[in-house]
Design a protein around this ligand. Structure first.
Ligand code: ADP
Ligand code: MG
Length: 586
């Protein structure tokens, strides 16, 4: 065939394939137009998952009667005038393609009245051909009605899922807009039923409460400034929004949402930034909830990367990444509360509880009254970071009362009872100490052994050992090859000096083997985690009073005392009010 320029209807249909993938894409384009027109109320009505009908009504500016035919023409837009405008897009749309594309694969009725005009206009387009235009009554604003979507593109229609699935896509789409525009009232009606309605209060927390539930909303903390800095977006990203406390988790990342200047975007790197902020707060394989808004000068972003504009390109991605990570982390640190608990704790599961009876009786015989004020602090210790941290309110000063099940420390704080998991708490303490040492000095202190200890490992662990020899050395493990499968341990990390060197090394190599697919942490981080796990006191270890006090004091000094490095809680808080209630004193 000779080369030919395609007729406009064909070109429109091809473009439609890019812009209009499914009913939800139509909803997206129409709602974007409504928001660009300054609407404060947007109503979306669908029938049969949008296949029979999609109707979007807004109270925005409306379209001047004289411009109505242009609106449905390809490359016709009121949002940019020149290529230079592309460098700083402030609206959701700008390609001038959507209405033309939708009209080419459906029957589209546009009814509108411009805010300065007395009468409205109705325009009907079918398969890209304008059928008629007439004056019509309409309040200021616009209604676009799309029927028989894909009637003339059977291939596309065949790929659509059931109406229910398509309705689900539409609902998710409208939810994203609601999170992006908390000051707009959104209503979604599906087959005559209101399935979603937001109040448009302008408060993001209200949107979260409406869409994710009040229980979730209560567990969210604010990120960044209280009021978003719209519309003054500067060259430095401002991050604000709401993120869930670490105790609220989901099995996947679907509840981590990003908005750039209110536009919903997907960005793997930003998701990674949020996950990093939660690092050590959350168990592996669980994900937080987060609504993260980024406000940034449009000149710093290219949104013209993809027709649906869900992916954008930042001019300085690293700066944005760091801003998100820092803001979320700052919101989390210091807000993570001790996990509150209803008094349903049973001690039956405490390890070795049954055998502890005798030890417990012995311990009770030795019980001494403890001073009420944190004990034995020298003036120097008073000025230590531990006191400051407590003053900052991360963890109240705790008075150790005793130990139960050789696994938990019982402590009293200003507001009730605290139960501390000794292993988890010690892991947290060691983790922060080693991490700081590592960052400061680039290595961990080593303890040289008087006599080198031989260790024999399987070939897999041997390979890991050789591969990571240099890093292991930085962590304090100095190991030499001795013979096939046999190695000589010359030094171990100082924190492990009390342990059997061969077992400790094997344990840590096993740990590395197990988590070798974890991409979230660096090798060094993983090693430090394993060393802490190995070095931390175990459940089942009876602690002296001195040891318990030291541990609690160290925990108070932690930057993030409430969780262990794997994200599990280090302590449980039973408030004075809980106690009073349980004892019927209220
Ligand atoms: P774009 O949004 O990229 O400009 P569209 O094809 O979606 O392209 O819309 C074309 C034009 O029609 C817009 O630039 C705008 O001027 C006008 N328009 C479309 N929908 C609305 C609406 N709901 N309210 C006011 N104007 C609208
Ligand atoms: Mg548009």
């Amino acid at each position: 065939m000779p080369i030919r320029v395609l007729p406009p209807e064909v070109a429109d249909k091809i473009a439609a394939g890019e812009v209009v993938e499914r009913p939800a894409s139509v909803v997206k384009e129409l709602v974007e137009n409504a928001l660009d027109a300054g609407a404060t109320q947007v109503r979306v009505e669908i029938r049969e998952g949008g296949l029979r009908l999609i109707k979007v009504t807004d109270n925005g500016s409306g379209i001047p009667a004289a411009e109505v035919p242009l609106a449905v023409q390809r490359h016709a837009t009121s949002k940019i005038a020149s290529a230079a405008d592309l460098a700083a897009i402030r609206t959701l749309g700008f390609r001038g393609e959507a209405l033309a594309a939708i009209a080419s694969v459906s029957r589209l009725t546009l009814t509108t009245r411009y805010r300065d005009e007395a009468t409205g206009t109705r325009l009907v387009v079918e398969g890209g051909r304008v059928l008629h235009q007439e004056p019509a009554a309409h309040p200021v604003g616009t209604t676009v009605q799309v029927e028989h979507l894909f009637f003339n593109t059977p291939a596309r229609r065949k790929f659509l899922k059931t109406p229910r699935t398509e309705a689900g896509h539409i609902s998710r789409m409208v939810q994203r807009f609601a999170f992006g525009f908390p000051d707009v009232r959104f209503t979604l009606v599906s087959d005559g039923r209101v399935v979603l309605r937001t109040g448009g209060s302008g408060r993001l927390a209200d949107v979260v409460a409406t869409l994710w539930g009040t229980d979730v909303a209560r567990e969210m903390v604010g990120v960044g400034p209280e009021v978003p800095p719209w519309p003054e977006a500067g060259p430095e990203p401002v991050v604000w929004g709401l993120v869930g406390k670490p105790n609220v988790t989901r099995p996947n990342a679907q509840h981590i949402l990003f908005f750039l200047n209110r536009r919903w975007i997907t960005d793997r790197a930003l998701q990674q930034a949020v996950l990093q902020a939660y690092h050590t707060f959350m168990p592996a394989g669980r994900y937080p909830l987060a609504v993260v808004h980024i406000v940034l000068d449009p000149a710093q972003v290219d949104v013209n990367v993809h027709p649906t504009k869900a992916e954008v390109r930042f001019r300085r991605p690293r700066v944005v990444f760091a801003a998100v990570q820092k803001a979320v982390r700052a919101a989390l640190v210091g807000t993570a509360p001790a996990r509150p608990v209803a008094l349903e704790v049973t001690w039956a599961q405490a390890p070795g509880w049954a055998e502890r009876g005798e030890r417990l009786r012995a311990a009770r015989g030795e019980e001494k009254p403890l001073p009420l004020v944190p004990e034995g602090d020298s003036p120097a210790a008073d000025a230590s970071p531990s006191r400051e941290a407590s003053a900052a309110g991360l963890l109240p000063l705790l008075r150790v009362v005793g130990q139960v099940g050789a696994a938990y420390i019982v402590a009293e704080g200003p507001d009730g009872l605290y139960l501390i998991d000794q292993h988890a708490a010690h892991e947290r303490v060691l983790y922060e100490q080693l991490q700081a040492q590592w960052l400061r000095e680039g290595h961990l202190p080593a303890q040289h052994l008087l006599n080198p200890v031989p260790v024999t490992v399987d070939s897999d662990l041997g390979a890991l050992l050789s591969e990571h020899e240099a890093t292991l050395r930085q962590m304090g493990f100095i190991v030499e090859t001795f013979g096939p499968g046999t190695y000589l341990i010359r030094a171990v990390p100082a924190v492990l000096s009390q342990q059997n060197p061969a077992q400790a090394l094997e344990d840590i190599l096993e740990g590395l083997r197990e988590d070798r697919d974890r991409v979230r942490e660096t090798l060094e981080e993983r090693l430090i985690l394993h060393i802490c796990k190995r070095a931390a006191v175990k459940a089942g270890q009876v602690l002296s009073e001195e040891e318990m006090r030291a541990l609690v004091r160290d925990l108070e000094a932690c930057a993030t005392p409430h969780t262990c490095p794997h994200g599990r809680p280090t302590l449980i808080h039973i408030s004075a009010a809980d106690l009073a209630r349980q004892f019927g004193r209220e």
